[in-house]
Design a binder for this molecule. Structure first.
Ligand code: GLY
Length: 353
């Protein structure tokens, strides 16, 4: 088992990474929770695959479940309201426990429900997708989307623990494995050259999965340091958004139906680096290295049909695009990044697609 501890002014919790931990979560929970009632929030896919196993592990608890429809569309105020109603019908109190058991949508929505129901119910994250295991389940960002943009209503609310089971990734589709690998490549590009080349040089998905525990640990270690230094995202934490400005706009452009988050970020990393390299901010050859890493995992660096004006419009609406300036995350080279504050008027040069 690999373990990391996140220590913040108001939170202190462990991330446990272990193959098969899903069968021992009851035992792990009993070390940090002495109550009886647990509400498990999950989606239909995860329920079908893993509910029997996780409920067996939680047999000593009074277990309730809330099952949502899979997909980004469920990260909405409407679904959130349904979750609140179910929590109310289960008579959940602030001394009970919520578990968010699923990918990024379940984690963000379940975490935001936990943050706000009764002004805060303790919760645990058990992420089931690669993207959630290395990013969204860690660091306390919880949110729902509005039709005006992603994650526009949210909070910082940390879980009491994060349990990561790399075995669960065996049932991920190739598309969603590669979606998570987009974010792994991001961690390598911004902070860890060794990780970047290790992942780029794996022979195939099988070799990636054989080594995934160590990869998850590397990504979570980077995120731990960044979140501990800047919990509320006013400085260093922004580096985790490398590729995200264009990436979010790509997701939005295709109405969240064609490109997943990691796929959007993959393209966003390539596009912004191509621009920053030609503007002289990034070392020559860096874009080519990103392209090679993306190609390995069939992530797109060339998306047909995108329109510059539409991308810029979406960036304006994005919460990161508020005000007269915008912070962009650019690479010096692979493994090293910096934050560049630019005037909105200059943004087209960096964000052109
Ligand atoms: N996913 C970016 C962050 O947690 O700040």
């Amino acid at each position: 088992m690999k373990k990391l501890n996140i220590k913040l002014a108001d939170a202190d919790y462990n991330i446990l990474i272990k193959r098969g931990i899903i069968d021992n979560v009851g035992e792990e929970i009993s070390k940090i929770y002495s109550g009886k009632k647990i509400v498990l929030i999950t989606d239909e896919n995860v329920e079908r695959l893993y509910f029997d196993r996780i409920s067996a592990s939680l047999k000593n608890y009074d277990l309730h479940k809330i099952v949502i429809v899979p997909g980004e569309k469920s990260k909405s105020i409407e679904v959130l309201t349904e979750v609140y109603s179910k929590l109310a019908s289960f008579k959940v109190s602030r001394s009970d426990l919520i578990i968010a058991f699923g990918g990024g949508v379940v984690g963000d929505l379940g975490g935001f429900a936990a943050a706000t129901f009764l002004r805060g119910v303790p919760y645990i994250q058990i992420p089931t997708s690669l993207l959630a295991q290395i990013d969204s389940s860690i660091g306390g960002k919880v949110a729902v989307d509005l039709k005006e943009g992603k994650n526009l209503v949210g909070s910082f609310y940390h879980p009491k623990a994060v349990f990561i089971d790399p075995e669960l990734l065996k049932t991920l589709s190739t598309k969603f494995l590669h979606d998570g690998i987009g974010e792994v490549i991001k961690y390598g590009a911004i902070r860890d050259k060794k990780l970047f080349y290790k992942v780029m040089n794996f022979k195939n998905d099988e070799e990636f999965l054989e080594n995934v525990e160590a990869v998850i640990y590397s990504c979570c270690s980077i995120k731990k340091v960044v979140v501990e230094n800047d919990e509320k995202d006013n400085g260093e934490r922004m580096i985790l958004n490398f590729g995200h400005t264009i990436g979010h706009a790509v997701e939005e452009f295709f109405n969240y139906e064609k490109y997943t988050h990691g796929e959007g970020v993959a393209y966003g990393m390539y596009a912004i680096t191509k621009n920053s390299e030609s503007l002289g901010d990034t070392d020559n050859g860096t874009t080519e290295e990103i392209k090679k890493a993306l190609e390995k995992y069939k992530l797109s660096y060339n998306i047909e049909g995108l329109r510059n004006e539409k991308i810029l419009e979406t960036v304006e609406l994005d919460k990161k695009g508020r005000g007269d300036y915008i912070n962009l995350i650019l690479l010096n080279n692979i493994g090293s990044c910096f934050i560049k504050k630019i005037k909105k008027a200059e943004m087209n040069e960096y964000l052109k697609v």
